[in-house]
Ligand binder design. Structure first.
Ligand SMILES: [Zn+2]
Length: 105
């Protein structure tokens, strides 16, 4: 399973070629700040899609760095993976529904 290196400030994302462990840090080639590591499931929004990037940041800050989240239907956990939301409104609902599966800080 791969990771993506993402700089939320510069709104850029790269694939990380080798899996060296998540404790590794990667400076952003543009601003030099340490990049966030997100699951390979992450799809970077277009650079000028400010709202989508805000949503991404919000999800990460709330313990959802695009890991596998099991879909909940009718209050029950399923074997399917939930899709990550694209809008802030959906993201707020998402973190509420899936808070049990959030990474704790
Ligand atoms: Zn950067």
């Amino acid at each position: 399973m791969g990771y993506k290196k993402v700089c939320l400030g510069c709104k850029i994302a790269f694939n990380r070629d080798i899996d060296l462990g998540s404790e590794q840090t990667y400076p952003c080639p543009e601003c030099g700040k340490s990049m966030s590591l997100l699951s390979h499931r992450f799809r970077a929004p277009k650079k000028n899609d400010i709202k989508a990037w805000k949503t991404v940041k919000f999800l990460i800050e709330n313990g959802f760095p695009f890991q596998h989240i099991y879909k909940i239907e009718d209050g029950k956990l399923t074997n399917e993976y939930a899709d990550f939301p694209n809008s802030m409104k959906e993201a707020k609902e998402f973190i509420e529904i899936y808070k049990e599966q959030a990474y704790k800080k």
